[in-house]
Design a protein around this ligand. Structure first.
Ligand SMILES: *Cc1c(COP(=O)(O)O)cnc(C)c1O
Ligand SMILES: [Zn+2]
Length: 384
C-alpha cells in the first residue's frame, strides 16, 4: 500500500486511510527518487517512469496514457519567446486526465477495489469511465442535476453509472472522499496526481540535459500543477534537474481564485463567487489543491495570470489557424496566458517556454462561420 505525505506539514499516512491530510491539505504519494535515472526501458507512454509510480504498467487503455508529443512551434512564437507545445490532446480520451485515471485504476485493481468514481461532468468523467471499463472495473460518475444531455453523451459512450446529483455540487468533492463503497479518484487525490506528474517528467526528459525556462498551464483544482511541482522535486533529488522551470498558472478571468491569491500575496486561496466562462473545464471557484498550487508557483519563481474570454477565443483561433492545433477553450487559456505574460515582461525574449495543451477541441461544439464557395468541376482550374 503506497504511503502518502503532506507537502505542507510533512505528516505521513497510509493511502487507504486518508486522501487529505489532517491539516486539510492534499497529500502526495511518496516515492524514492534518489537513484532514479532517465529510463532506457520500453514501457509505453507514461509507463517509462514506473520507478516513480505506485503501480506497475497496466494492460489495456491505461497503457496508452501519456507519451504525448512535445513539439517546437515557431509559428506560434510570442515576441521572441520560443514556443513549445505539449499536446495532451493525444491521450486516449483527449486530455491529460488519462494519466491520473490510469494510475488510479491500476492501483484499485491491485488492491481489489471493484468500483471507482469521480465528481466531474467533463474530461475527468470521460477519462475515469474509459480507464475503469478498460480494466474491467465499475465506474460511478457524479454530475450536476442540470447538466445538458449533450455534455453527458461524451461520458455515456463509456457506459459508466451516471448519477445526477441534486444539492450543492461544490460540496460533493469533499462528501465523495468520505464514501467507502466507491473509491473516488477526484482531481487532486494522491493517485491521480501521481499519474499527472508524468507530464513534467516527459517535458524535462525531452529538454535534458537542459531545462525549459518556463511551463504555462491552465489551472482549475490545482491537481496537475501540484503533480508537476512534485515531479520537479523528484528530478532534482535524482540529480537530473539543476534549475526549476518557472511554473505559471493561467485561469479564466471570470473564475480565478488562485490568481487573486497569488497577486494579493496570500498563503491560502479563498473561495470566490465564480462567473460563467467559455473555459468551463477550469472554472473551479473553490479549488481543493489551491494552496499547494500557490506554493508551487512561488517555489519555482513563476506566477499567475487571468485571461478574459475574448482573449481565450482569440488564442484558440490562433492555435488552430496558425499552428494547426485544435484545443478546447480551457487549453487556449494557457496560450493566451503566455501572450499576456510576455506582454507583462514576466517571460522574456529568447526564453524557451512549454505551453501544455491539456485537452483536445473535437468535443467542443461551439461552431464557427464557414466560408466556402461552390464551384463546378469544369470551372475548378479557372477559379484556383
Ligand atoms: C481538468 C482540466 C484542467 C485543470 O486541471 P486541474 O488539475 O484541475 O488544475 C485543465 N484543462 C483541461 C482540458 C482539463 O480537463
Ligand atoms: Zn498536512
Amino acid at each position: 500500500m503506497p504511503s502518502v505525505r503532506c507537502y505542507d506539514c510533512g505528516r505521513s499516512a497510509d493511502l487507504a486511510d486518508r486522501k487529505r491530510c489532517r491539516c486539510g491539505e492534499p497529500l502526495w504519494v511518496e516515492t524514492d527518487p534518489e537513484a532514479f535515472e532517465w529510463p532506457t526501458g520500453r514501457n509505453p507512454g507514461m509507463w517509462r517512469y514506473t520507478d516513480l509510480l505506485p503501480v506497475d504498467p497496466p494492460s489495456g487503455v491505461g497503457a496508452a496514457a501519456g507519451g504525448t508529443p512535445l513539439v517546437r512551434t515557431p509559428r506560434l512564437d510570442v515576441g521572441g519567446v520560443q514556443s513549445f507545445l505539449k499536446d495532451e490532446g493525444q491521450n486516449p480520451t483527449g486530455s491529460f486526465k488519462d494519466r491520473g485515471s490510469a494510475v488510479g485504476v491500476a492501483s484499485a485493481l491491485d488492491r481489489g477495489v471493484e468500483r471507482i468514481g469521480t465528481v466531474s461532468h467533463g474530461n475527468m468523467a470521460m477519462s475515469t469511465a474509459a480507464n475503469a471499463t478498460g480494466a474491467g472495473l465499475e465506474c460511478v460518475v457524479c454530475v450536476p442535476a442540470d447538466i445538458p444531455d449533450e455534455r453527458l453523451s461524451h461520458i455515456a459512450h463509456y457506459d459508466p453509472e451516471i448519477l445526477r446529483i441534486e444539492g450543492d455540487y461544490g460540496r460533493l468533492y469533499e462528501v465523495s472522499l468520505g464514501i467507502e463503497e466507491v473509491e473516488f479518484v477526484n482531481s487532486d487525490t494522491p493517485l491521480r496526481v501521481a499519474g499527472q506528474k508524468t507530464v513534467a517528467l516527459e517535458i524535462c526528459e525531452a529538454f535534458s540535459p537542459e531545462t525549459p525556462d518556463a511551463i504555462v498551464l491552465p489551472v482549475s483544482s490545482g491537481g496537475q500543477l501540484g503533480g508537476i511541482w512534485k515531479a520537479l522535486h523528484e528530478l532534482r533529488t535524482a540529480g537530473l534537474l539543476e534549475e526549476f522551470p518557472r511554473l505559471y498558472a493561467a485561469q479564466a478571468a471570470a473564475c480565478d481564485p488562485i490568481v487573486r491569491a497569488f497577486e494579493a500575496d496570500e498563503k491560502e486561496v479563498r473561495a470566490i463567487e465564480g462567473g460563467e466562462t467559455v473555459a468551463y473545464s477550469i472554472a473551479n471557484a473553490d479549488p481543493p489543491g489551491g494552496n499547494r498550487a500557490l506554493a508551487a508557483l512561488r517555489d519555482t519563481g513563476g506566477g499567475a495570470v487571468s485571461v478574459p474570454d475574448g482573449a481565450t477565443r482569440a488564442a484558440q483561433q490562433r492555435l488552430a489557424r496558425e499552428g494547426g492545433f485544435r484545443v478546447e477553450a480551457s487549453s487556449a487559456v494557457a496560450y493566451a496566458g503566455l501572450e499576456r505574460l510576455v506582454e507583462r515582461d514576466e517571460i522574456g525574449s529568447g526564453e524557451r517556454v512549454v505551453t501544455i495543451l491539456t485537452g483536445h477541441g473535437f468535443k467542443e461544439s461551439h461552431g464557427i462561420d464557414v466560408d466556402a464557395r461552390t464551384v463546378s468541376l469544369d470551372e475548378l482550374a479557372s477559379v484556383l
